[in-house]
Ligand binder design. Structure first.
Ligand code: GLC
Length: 531
């Protein structure tokens, strides 16, 4: 009797638990629906983000002043707000937006060649400008620019032709043209704005065939009605289309991390890390903080090991071309993915919550891939693997590697030839007997330091003192001491044109804007003398 009672309680709990696990309470979607929807996305792992619009015309500058991230601003695509450009001037820039070199086929070719499986293009950013043909308002590429061609349409057609998944960024919350020109507006959404968003979305979701992802941005929970409307429209018109979590109210299918934040080891669920190739998302004339190809490849490799997608940003110029720096990096990444893609696509991330000092693991069927993005050791310890390893080899060259394994203790060492490290992020493939089995207790314990992609900061004030390598600035409230690098080099913003300077020509009593990197030493990046 008692046993029966316990048994029925047990079953109730099992049922209850599976009901909770199976359905996401906000979206009313079962886990299997979600898994099906996310399959191509998770398998693809790697995508291209493109920030392109009227803001690209400015390249971060307005009225001789740089407002991009280089100058401690938000990012160059925020210039309409950051520089408070009058609407008539911004409209004039839109009118001049004439990207005669825009070639969607070339963009898609470059993304594909780099090994990217999806592209997310800004169809409307915060400036409210539609890069597509729309009846919702005249503030669009057909009616407000001399270009008069539907950019989104050409982009989608090329993606479809080439088997690249289509993502559209759509700024539903912020719209500085149709709603309000402020940084954050929590006030009630006007009916007219909601109607505009509804028209835009219906057009995007019904005029161009299959859309695979809508990348909503900056949704806020106070605007549940708007967010829910956007969600419902996507589900209605394109039920298979994935929705980003920045829609708000936990309505998204997966989780977007913060801007330029890499997924940490051990993170759960569907996660996307988004990264700029330099500081700004949109095109910026003065931003020369390019990440190297090696850095970006290591990021892709880390993301795959951490079960995260990697969406890498390009900010094309106003004429429609990717910059040479972007093109070179995409080519280098492509060379790497062609040789090592097997360790990225359709893989699962590491089964361990921590990493090895030399790197981490992805796995697929009866293979495990060791991603050597960390310490460059000749002998690497690979603890925690219980499956018997039949072969070990370098994935790009097929060169066999010697190894020693004790399956009972789940320990193993692999010898890495020095030459392997001449290439960036070498991958070692392990051929296993059966699928990867691990002993998590024996697994790695090392946790990499969290790297925060801190933004640069800005301070405007009077130079009160110069001494040695340092100088002191006072903004009326606080006083900060800044330090120059050992070459006494810094960059001077001379009416928007940034030049290298060396020496020390700062004048006490003058007013300066200093862009600096926060940390123990407040190191100076750019100095602008304003008075
Ligand atoms: C931020 C910015 C935006 C950019 C986005 C990319 O939320 O507002 O300019 O498009 O991040 O992730």
């Amino acid at each position: 009797m008692k046993e029966k009672y316990y048994l029925s309680i047990f079953f109730c709990l099992v049922l209850l638990n599976s009901a909770i696990c199976q359905s996401n309470h906000n979206t009313g979607m079962s886990a299997s629906d979600l898994d099906e929807r996310m399959k191509w996305w998770e398998d693809g792992r790697f995508g291209m983000f493109i920030h392109w619009g009227v803001y690209s015309v400015f390249g971060g500058e307005w009225d001789g002043i740089d407002h991009g991230k280089e100058m401690g601003g938000a990012s160059s695509e925020w210039i309409y707000l950051m520089a408070d450009i009058p609407q008539k001037d911004y409209k004039e820039a839109a009118h001049q937006f004439n990207p005669i070199h825009y070639n969607a086929a070339e963009w898609v070719r470059m993304a594909k060649n780099a090994g990217m499986k999806y592209i997310v293009l800004t169809s409307k950013h915060h400036d409210g400008f539609a890069m597509f043909d729309t009846k919702a308002s005249d503030w669009n590429i057909m009616k407000s620019s001399v270009y008069e061609k539907d950019i989104v349409k050409a982009f989608i057609e090329e993606c479809h032709k080439n088997g690249i998944r289509v993502g559209l960024y759509y700024s539903h919350e912020k719209d500085w043209y149709h709603r309000s020109k402020v940084g954050r507006d929590t006030s009630e959404i006007p009916q007219s704005y909601e109607a505009l968003v509804a028209t835009h979305l219906k057009e995007l979701l019904t005029n161009y065939g299959q859309i695979d992802l809508i990348w909503f941005d900056m949704g806020i929970d106070q605007h549940k009605k708007l967010n829910q409307m956007c969600f419902d429209m996507v589900r209605k018109y394109q039920p298979e289309c994935i929705i980003s979590s920045r829609i708000g109210n936990k309505l998204g299918d997966y989780r977007n991390l913060g801007d330029r934040e890499l997924a940490p080891p051990g993170i759960d669920g569907y996660v996307e890390s988004i990264m700029t190739l330099r500081l700004n998302w949109g095109f910026d004339k003065n931003d020369s903080n390019w990440k190297s190809s090696e850095e970006v490849i290591a990021m892709l490799s880390k993301c795959a090991c951490r079960n995260s997608n990697f969406l890498l940003n390009i900010g094309p110029g106003p004429d429609g071309r990717f910059t040479p720096e972007e093109i070179i990096r995409l080519e280098n990444i492509g060379q790497w993915t062609k040789q090592n893609g097997e360790a990225i696509y359709e893989t699962k991330g590491s089964p361990f919550k921590a990493e090895y000092e030399w790197g981490s693991v992805t796995t697929k069927e009866n293979k495990a891939f060791l991603h050597l993005y960390g310490r460059k050791n000749r002998l690497i310890q690979v603890n925690g693997i219980q499956s018997k390893v039949k072969n070990a080899y370098l994935l790009d060259t097929n060169i066999a590697l010697s190894f020693m394994q004790n399956t009972d203790k789940a320990t193993m060492t692999v010898t890495i030839p020095e030459s392997a490290y001449e290439k960036c992020v070498p991958i070692v493939a392990l051929e296993l007997e059966g699928e990867l089995k691990v002993d998590t207790e024996q697994g790695p314990t090392w946790l990499p330091p969290v790297v925060k992609h801190t933004n640069r900061r800005k301070m405007k004030g009077i130079l009160v003192e110069v001494g040695g390598r340092s100088f002191t600035l006072n903004d009326g409230k606080v006083q900060k001491v800044f330090t120059l690098n050992e070459h006494v080099e810094y960059r001077i913003n001379d009416n928007g044109i940034i030049q290298m300077a060396s020496g020390f020509h700062l004048i006490e009593g003058n007013k300066y804007i200093v862009i600096y990197t926060p940390g123990e030493l407040l190191s100076v990046e750019i100095i602008t003398r304003i008075e």
